[in-house]
Ligand binder design. Structure first.
Ligand code: G3P
Length: 265
């Protein structure tokens, strides 16, 4: 109990939580908002090698694919999804049918492939019906192509597990994509939506930081942007200086005899 409380309510210190337990009264968990451990990081790709590389960093929570990304890689869709399911716990696989029965059939099929599959459904009125049906069937869903707050509200009400507002494409169209994330995240706490907000169509590291600052639940990041996240020129120059100075220390500490031997004297 104390362990769970520490995870969820990091604003309280151990002694307060332990005292609650020692004096036999329950910590009033229901009064407090739950704090996520961190924003989840997904990769937006259909390239299995890229997923494996970043998964090895220990920071990858999932993958989002779409038909365009799958076409770019030119590999078998099912095999790609299955390979990714071995690397991360959440892989979005998009339906390509657009009618209700066709989408339901694909959703059922994808969900059978692996328990880590999340079925991606487009934000259409037929898509809303499929979201509600998937919810009843226990199939996790991700609503794609969300570009407005009304769409976000409808998808959440229909029972989507995740919604994906496309911020980069809004920016490209001269709108403010991150403002939409802010609007959605301001609406969510008023209600009991369990739908996670996934920031999609990310173009650069600043998008990732702004998504986290707003409190978005998930951010899906292209491989090239992922590569930029760990880098800073001061880290590189700082590490070089540390290693150069350490080499000087090693040299200074070498016994005089071995220094002479190395110098050939
Ligand atoms: O996977 C959906 C979304 O992230 C696509 O991004 O770069 O094609 O706008 P983009």
């Amino acid at each position: 109990m104390i362990q769970e409380a520490k995870l969820s309510y990091q604003c309280f210190d151990d002694s307060f939580l332990t005292a609650c337990s020692d004096f036999g009264f329950a910590f009033p968990f229901f009064f407090l908002p739950a704090y996520a451990e961190s924003m989840k990081l997904f990769m937006d790709t259909a390239n299995v090698a890229h997923v494996a590389e970043v998964a090895a960093w220990g920071v990858l929570d999932g993958v989002t694919t779409n038909p365009s990304l799958v076409a770019k890689e030119g590999k078998d869709f099912r095999q790609t999804v299955l390979a990714m399911c071995k690397l991360v716990p959440c892989v979005s696989a998009q339906v390509t049918a657009t009618d209700v029965e066709g989408m339901k059939a694909q959703a059922k099929e994808y969900a059978r492939w692996h328990r880590n599959v999340v079925v991606k459904v487009p934000m259409t009125t037929d898509g809303l019906q499929v979201l509600a049906w998937c919810k009843r069937k226990g199939i996790r869903t991700n609503t794609t192509l969300v570009f407005s707050a009304p769409q976000a509200i409808l998808a959440a009400k229909a029972g989507a597990s995740i919604i994906s507002p496309f911020i980069g494409r809004l920016d490209d169209a001269g709108e403010d994509g991150m403002a939409l994330i802010g609007e959605i995240m301001a609406i969510w706490p008023h209600y009991g939506f369990t739908t996670e907000v996934l920031v999609a169509s990310v173009r650069h590291p600043r998008h990732v930081v702004d998504a986290a600052a707003i409190g978005a639940h998930i951010c899906t990041i292209p491989y090239d942007v992922f590569q930029k996240l760990p880098k800073h020129p001061l880290t590189d120059t700082g590490l070089k200086k540390f290693l150069d100075d350490w080499a000087t220390v090693q040299k200074r500490n070498q016994p005089m005899k071995s220094r002479r031997l190395i110098a050939g004297k």
